[in-house]
Design a protein around this ligand. Structure first.
Ligand SMILES: [Zn+2]
Length: 124
């Protein structure tokens, strides 16, 4: 299950952040994904729940996944940004460049990234 290893990587990364900040607890983790990440958010949240089940600092924490918009890079004119969504449905993965109309575009794949971590940091 792909989501399981992704969730485990998120938890590992957050463990490092907890340590760095001497936090006692995690409240919320927000991650962002591109629409072409091969991730099923429900499964990721489920896997996160399983992994953090016996981790005290993760008790009652929430994982939120924000799916952003696809971005393209045009190989014709160098445009980079949001594609023309009217693109040809037959070429679902070949978006049109909104600047020059070329179909010679690449989707900028963005890996799942941690956007923010809400921590409880005890006063010393
Ligand atoms: Zn272009």
């Amino acid at each position: 299950m792909h989501e399981y290893s992704v969730a485990s990587a998120i938890v590992d990364q957050v463990k490092g952040i907890i340590e760095e900040h001497n936090a006692s607890k995690v409240k919320k983790i927000i991650v962002s994904a591109s629409p072409y990440d091969v991730i099923i958010p429900e499964l990721l949240i489920e896997a996160y729940g399983i992994i953090t089940n016996d981790l005290e600092k993760f008790t009652d924490s929430a994982l939120e996944i924000q799916v952003g918009k696809a971005e393209i890079k045009c190989l014709e004119c160098d445009y980079s940004g949001i594609p023309d969504e009217k693109g040809d449905p037959e070429f679902a993965y070949n978006f049109l460049c909104p600047k020059c109309g070329s179909r010679d575009t690449h989707i900028n794949m963005k890996n799942l990234t941690i956007e923010s971590v809400d921590l409880v940091i005890p006063d010393n």
